[in-house]
Ligand binder design. Sequence first.
Ligand code: CMC
Length: 428
Amino acid sequence: MTRAAKLTFEDKTIELPVIEGSEGELAVDITQLRAEMGLITLDPAFGNTGACTSAITYIDGEKGILRYRGYPIEQLAEHSSFIETAWLLIFGKLPTRAELDRFSAQLTAHAPLHESFKHHFEGFPVNAPPMAMLSAMINTLSCFHPEAQDLDEAAFFEEAARLVSKVRTIAAYSYRRSLGLPFIYPDPKLRYVANFLHMMFSMPYDQHVATREVIEALNLILLLHADHEQNCSTSTVRVVGSSRANLFASCAAGVSALWGPLHGGANVAVLEMLEAIHKGGMSAEQTLALAKDKKSGFKLMGFGHRVYKNFDPRAVILKRSADKVLGQLGVNDPLLDIARRLEELALSDSYFVERMLYPNVDFYSGILMRAMGIPTNMFTVIFAIGRMPGWIAHWKEQHETEGMRIARPRQIYTGPRETNYLPMAERK
Ligand code: CMC
């Protein structure tokens, strides 16, 4: 039996169907609301709006649950790799050995960039932000692969592998450009994460060999960032994709959305905040007081989440990993102590407790990446590499949805009523 919600406005009542998700979440289907009642809904920032149905990622923010395709993030973090998880997200099931081998072979084949990309990179100023280069160069892939517009199943597989692979080469080249260093070609003998670190840190005359601890930690960071349902950047990919823009153009838009400090850019902002405290600008206590003062416009970076009103399960895993990896690498980072102090203070402060503000994934990822020798301006770029499988999975799901329509929200207009044009001479 279809469940329904009754909506009464003035003298009219209608029934709106209630849709139930596989984990029991309920949503009122308002698609006929305007046609039947002449009303629309108003929900700025979409905090209460389901924009689609999706079978990719499940989050229960109250309980701190995150699952990709039904698999708990804790299990994937312990047993899976970023590449296996990427396959899981994009194709909906864990790969067989043959599928994973084929995917890995495609990633290796697609790692190099067309040689002309070098000229594009050389056109950027040396101090160009890597996120700007990343977004521009992902869009540029459309020029080299115009076939990305109309994808059948085989072509989609090819383009998805191309993007998952090339985003890492583009990211590494962006970093090299930002330092004025020579570009390092991918090494087909290396696996995904090791190859990225090679392209980031090798010199033509001196190959960088990443340690197992660093490879494992980066693999974990990428896996934990791989999807997070309808966040700002993923929604952007879906909105752009809904106009039938190609996969590269849609994901390039996702990179731009991710860049902001309230989203992926928060990992940079966390580090800057910890560094400022370390340099003695402000104590941890003063930082907390500033974050509580609404007039300051300052937020405690790495704290709070639109969806998680309990702990962020990714932050729990990363905190454990940060403790372990810093020990293994022999890093004694004063910023980690400051982070621990801030966390302790915030978790016992009524402002944060009442608002259910807990550390999010960005609170620990920056410290971990710093310990691995990754420069701060690359933190959000690494988030983008990690999020790519999620964006691709959502683009695919959206394109496979029957009756997909272009995204086009409405608005409540609050500007002037009809006004007659005034000739220049009559204007005050
Ligand atoms: N510091 C101080 N106050 C905060 C913070 C914070 N970090 N986060 C939320 N609040 C306050 C907020 O001002 C509001 O106060 P009040 O009820 O008095 O008006 C209350 O807590 C509830 O906020 P909310 O509605 O849960 O916040 P939101 O959904 O609008 O924003 C957020 C979510 C993540 C943008 C916000 O928590 C924030 O700016 N955090 C800092 C930036 C950050 O760490 N971003 C990374 C998010 S996780 C990774 C990702 O998705 O990219």
